[in-house]
Design a protein. Structure first.
Length: 313
């Protein structure tokens, strides 16, 4: 999921199953409310309504909330037998950053990682911090063939596709602000356009759709979802952009830059997590969680991004 699993834990609170009001609230919302459900540990999520795994406390399980460096937090849901069922990452404002679901064996089933609006803490990608994070220890070894589905209305489709392909090129060719030499060999290739919707269908799709009332992309500008086989290797990934915000292919003011956001989300597809170590200049990495309007600094990778790209691909 979004935050590195190697974060320093500074505090922990265990919430017993019966005392975790979030679980009951989430189930009630799923039954009669389309959005605004409160999950375990107090983060507000939309109810699961698209066939996704619901972030609810398993029967007889418990929730553990951990405070992480930099004001971030992780909520872990445990099954009755103590095995990890799910994790949710959030920030100091309780904004959703990512979800992960696990098999009893400990391997990943599914992850979803979001890019929230920046506000006062947007990115400033440059040759700065060397911080990096991973979603798991497994990276793409087989060919990742991806296509573009629906694009935003009002923008030239070819330019939109060009922006997304440029985002992939940043990782494929390790285009970075530091001049670090490209040593990566990312197994990724563009396959053209598709009618696929960016859902769990054994296809890798980038598409625009409404993210309103979407548990796996709650409050996000865009999100990347990945599915894993029984051994925890990634086998499918989709990126969805919200049609409810304004997008640009040129860094226009009042709109979010497609290439910068797509490059961040493809970082998640490639199994890189949010860089939120609470360290100086974390925001100089493309994998910092937040993006501002008109921000085009994400047209190149930061130091940590480039180093991780070479290390894992």
């Amino acid at each position: 999921m979004g935050l590195s699993r190697r974060h320093l834990v500074t505090a922990a609170v265990v919430i017993a199953g019966a005392a975790c009001a979030g679980a009951a609230g989430h189930r009630a919302a799923a039954a009669g409310q389309a959005s605004g459900a409160t999950s375990a540990c107090g983060v507000r999520l939309a109810a699961a309504a698209r066939g996704e795994i619901a972030f609810t406390l398993p029967a007889g399980g418990r929730a553990l909330r951990r405070a992480l460096a930099g004001g971030f937090a992780r909520c872990t849901l445990l099954r009755r037998d103590g095995t990890r069922f799910a994790e949710l990452d959030s920030d100091a404002q309780h904004r959703f950053l990512g979800l992960a679901f696990y098999r009893r064996s400990g391997t990943l089933i599914h992850t979803s990682d979001a890019a929230p609006a920046g506000g006062s803490n947007g990115s400033n990608v440059k040759c700065g911090s060397s911080s990096q994070a991973s979603l798991s220890s497994a990276y793409w070894k087989t060919s990742l063939k991806w296509s573009v589905g629906a694009t935003p209305s009002g923008l030239n489709k070819d330019k939109v596709i060009g922006s997304v392909r440029n985002a992939v090129s940043e990782w494929n060719n390790n285009i970075n602000w530091c001049g670090i030499k490209d040593q990566a060999n990312v197994p990724i290739s563009y396959q053209g356009t598709t009618s696929a919707k960016g859902v769990h269908d054994e296809k890798n799709t980038v598409a625009w759709a409404s993210l309103k009332n979407d548990q796996d992309c709650s409050g996000a500008l865009a999100c990347a979802s990945t599915w894993y086989d029984g051994s925890g290797k990634p086998i499918e990934a989709d990126i969805r952009f919200d049609t409810g915000v304004k997008w640009s292919t040129s860094g226009a003011s009042g709109a979010y830059d497609i290439q910068s956001v797509a490059a961040h989300e493809f970082g998640h597809v490639l199994q890189f997590g949010h860089v939120t170590n609470g360290g100086k200049e974390d925001e100089t990495n493309l994998m910092w969680p937040y993006v501002d309007m008109a921000d085009t600094t994400g047209h190149k990778l930061g130091r940590g991004d480039a180093t991780a790209d070479n290390s894992h691909y």
